[in-house]
Design a protein around this ligand. Structure first.
Ligand code: FVH
Length: 292
């Protein structure tokens, strides 16, 4: 990794993600001050050249740019509220996973205290940071994003979503919703084939290939959803989908496994058919969610 010219930064939080972000900064020669609530988690980053601060205030005083990589929204306030005076006039990048509304709340809190604010949603696990596949989504202060872009790109691709500080988290959470639904389906599939003695390792490559092929359907689904017309071009209607869902639920019951992962989408299909939309396209499910 090539070195970049950048002033010192402060990273608050040395969990798995905070530590990975710091290691990448250090590899690029960026001066880094760190703080962690529990002592002893700084050993590896200090060995990599980071400077460990004894208090949050001391860490914040070390840099103009302060990066919070904490557990959740409450831990950000717990850490920063007591030293908010030290942060005034500085720049805060929140990389803690917070909901869109929590990110907006942090942006308002920061503005009230004279702090420039950028929010980030990390679409990567710690081992991916600094590598090809890592991506981080940003929203909030455009000026802060532009000023630090070379630094942000050390961790992965950096994309700016807009001045509304909740936008990065909104997309982050939408993608995580996709991800957890996919993993839930995988776990149910593993349980189903497992009932016949097929191992998860045997099933996994087949599931990965099928999911990759099915993902190609998404742009077509999106086109129908964006037109809002679910009766013109119907590839698979809701009555057909309900019969598929019923069959999947029956297969799970026959195998003695739970169909909990499937129950969300199956229930959504049931409701639409019961409301008289059986002839509409499966893609109407996105509309049915909006109605709730
Ligand atoms: N790890 C991942 O794969 C995901 C990828 C996507 C983004 N997330 C989010 O990143 C945030 C940090 O995640 P992490 O992996 O570093 O999480 P932990 O290893 O559990 O470390 C948590 C750190 O937060 C500190 N902390 C917790 N509560 C408080 C508090 N009340 N006050 C101050 N600090 C707090 C904790 O400190 P300690 O327990 O060592 O004292 C760790 O430094 C997170 O939002 C993910 O959702 C990661």
């Amino acid at each position: 990794m090539t070195n970049i010219q950048h002033g010192p930064v402060t990273v608050l939080g040395l969990g798995a993600m905070g530590s990975a972000l710091v290691q990448t900064l250090r590899k690029a020669g960026v001066g880094t001050a760190v703080w962690n609530r529990t002592a002893g988690k700084d050993v590896e980053v200090v060995a990599a050249g980071a400077v460990s601060a004894g208090t949050v205030a001391e860490a914040v005083r070390a840099s103009e740019l302060v990066i919070a990589v904490l557990f959740d929204h409450a831990s950000v306030h717990e850490t920063l509220d007591p030293i908010v005076g030290e942060l005034a006039g500085k720049q805060l990048l929140n990389l803690t996973s917070t909901s869109p509304e929590q990110s907006r709340e942090l942006a308002r809190w920061a503005t009230e205290h004279g702090i420039e604010f950028l929010d980030g949603g990390i679409m990567a696990v710690p081992s991916m940071i600094g590598g090809e596949g890592a991506s981080i989504l940003y929203s909030g202060s455009r000026a802060l994003f532009d000023r630090h872009r070379p630094l942000l790109e050390l961790w992965g691709s950096a994309e700016y979503f807009g001045a509304d500080a909740g936008l990065a988290a909104l997309t982050d959470f939408a993608l995580l919703t996709n991800m957890y639904a996919m993993f839930g389906g995988f776990f149910q599939g593993v349980a189903l084939v497992g009932s016949a003695g097929v191992s998860a390792s045997e099933f996994a490559p087949r599931a990965a290939a099928y999911m990759t092929a099915m993902a190609q359907m998404l742009p077509g689904y999106a086109r129908i959803i964006d037109t809002g017309d679910y009766t013109g071009e119907v590839f698979q209607d809701l009555v057909f989908t309900k019969s598929a869902m019923d069959a999947l639920r029956q297969a799970a019951a026959d195998a003695g496994i739970s169909a909990e992962p499937l129950s969300g989408i199956a229930g959504l299909v049931d409701r639409q058919v019961a409301e008289g939309h059986g002839a509409a396209a499966f893609e109407r499910s996105a509309e049915a969610l909006r109605q709730r």
